[in-house]
Design a binder for this molecule. Structure first.
Ligand code: ZN
Ligand code: FE
Length: 256
């Protein structure tokens, strides 16, 4: 029996913990304190940390956790990530023994160039690539690069649980409504997710099916979003990467 738990950290991060009755792994533990408290309460040994990209709000726990648990630390190839024990580049299968877990590694550059995602056990740990109804800002990559990463994610099964590293869903929905306000699935999602947040529950994990239906950043092949980009860019026949780029630019402008 595996349990999947999002631990709130900082203002709006989630550290995803996956564990059996004795052993746990954690994804992107930027702050070690809430993770250590949770592991102590549930008497779990941390065997591995999985890192999606180099930002400190994801890697800040590595040194402390490595010292305390002697856990393996899997991370992309970036010397700025502390305490890495195993480098992953995308395309590998990662086999862990306790708990017994198998992940395929997906290169998902765009938010950063080093960004990878972990796919296994019906779940996608996508760091800052995909958020509930949103996606990561393009700090290092290009729209074409991120669109290709999102296409790879969209090829996963619809039932995949989407485990994002931040609780940004409600503000992402506010933006999505400005460009896709007649999308009934989006409006229904808004009701569900507002209820979850008002009960202090995470809006995550989401599912890939829900994201494909409501997340504008996964809808860059949809006629409505192509029409939006045509207006936004003021030119006909935008490519899929152009449509994605227009949605990203509109969101960046909306964020101010
Ligand atoms: Zn980030
Ligand atoms: Fe982040």
């Amino acid at each position: 029996m595996l349990t999947l738990k999002p631990l709130p950290a900082f203002e709006d991060n989630y550290i995803w913990v996956l564990y059996d009755d004795q052993h746990a792994i954690a994804v992107d533990p930027g702050d070690p304190a809430p993770l250590i408290a949770y592991l102590d309460t549930h008497q779990l040994a941390l065997t591995a940390v999985l890192i999606t990209h180099h930002h400190r709000d994801h890697t800040g726990g590595n040194t402390t956790l490595r010292q305390r648990y002697h856990c393996a630390i899997y991370a992309p190839d970036n010397p700025s990530i502390p305490a890495t024990t195993h480098i992953l580049r995308g395309g590998e299968i990662l086999n862990l023994t306790a708990p017994e877990l198998h992940f395929s590694i997906l290169a998902t550059p765009g938010h950063t160039l080093d960004h990878i995602s972990y796919v296994g056990h019906g779940s996608l740990f996508c760091g800052d690539a995909v958020f509930g109804c949103g996606c990561g800002k393009l700090f290092e990559g290009t729209p074409a690069m991120m669109a290709a990463s999102l296409d790879a994610i969209m090829a996963l099964p619809d039932a995949t649980r989407v485990c994002c590293a931040h609780e940004y869903t409600l503000s992402n929905i506010d933006f999505a409504k400005t460009i896709d306000g007649s999308n009934q699935a989006l409006l229904e999602r808004e009701r569900n997710d507002r209820t979850a947040r008002s009960n202090n529950q995470p809006t995550l994990p989401s599912t890939l099916a829900r994201e494909k239906a409501t997340n504008p950043f996964l809808r860059f092949h949809a006629p409505d979003m192509i029409a939006f980009a045509t207006r936004y860019l003021n030119r006909p026949n935008p490519s899929p990467a152009d449509v994605f780029g227009a949605i990203r630019a509109a969101k960046d402008a909306w964020d101010g």
